[in-house]
Design a protein around this ligand. Sequence first.
Ligand SMILES: C[S@@+](CC[C@H](N)C(=O)[O-])C[C@H]1O[C@@H](n2cnc3c(N)ncnc32)[C@H](O)[C@@H]1O
Length: 211
Amino acid sequence: MPADEGSLAHSPESFRDSRLIPDSSYSLTNRLDLEKIFGRRAPLHVDLGCGDGSFLCALAQRLPDKNFLGIERLSARIRSSARKAASLGNVRLLQMESSYAVRYLLPAESVETFYLLFPDPWPKRRHHRRRIVTPDFLDSVHVALEQNGITYIATDHLDYFRKIKEIAESIPGFAIEDRDVDLPQSRFRLIFEQRSAQIYWLTLRKVSPVR
Ligand SMILES: C[S@@+](CC[C@H](N)C(=O)[O-])C[C@H]1O[C@@H](n2cnc3c(N)ncnc32)[C@H](O)[C@@H]1O
């Protein structure tokens, strides 16, 4: 199978030219060795639920001095991201539940910037518990961020936006910032903009150290 169409079950050799982090040489319980994975030390940006990788790869191309990790649970989207990332040396991909990866795999204070763009809103009340943004999740994000690290969150769903903001306000280690965001287009942002949907942005900055 071509390197860019791999799954996590591939041998390390088959990943030599791929951007996927193999599971065969990595434990799923130990923290990621970021220097080994990227082959260098550089500020880390993490796209949670990176979808088809459009946004991740456009930003990685724009910022070659940063390392980019895309986390996505669906195989087809990881494959699509891997094809886009094939020529980018600063991108790696992990097929994984974002909340698990943030909580258990990312080292504390290792992330300069998180992006959570259009997380599934699960609009029905009985499905709200499936939403990724919970107090525990934002706590894990806080631990993984460097001091002054930033988290960008975007959604078209007003109710979810309000809930996320309420949770963020309850965590004293975050400051909610009002700043213009100049980021590349993501696939879902494009879809929502084409429908003229309102997009709600939240920018969180870590203002206090790991508790
Ligand atoms: C609405 S799409 C947005 C994709 C991309 N961020 C964009 O803006 O185009 C949500 C993405 O998050 C992924 N996703 C949802 N929950 C996830 C989770 N818990 N862990 C990893 N990926 C997740 C979905 O598979 C999907 O690709």
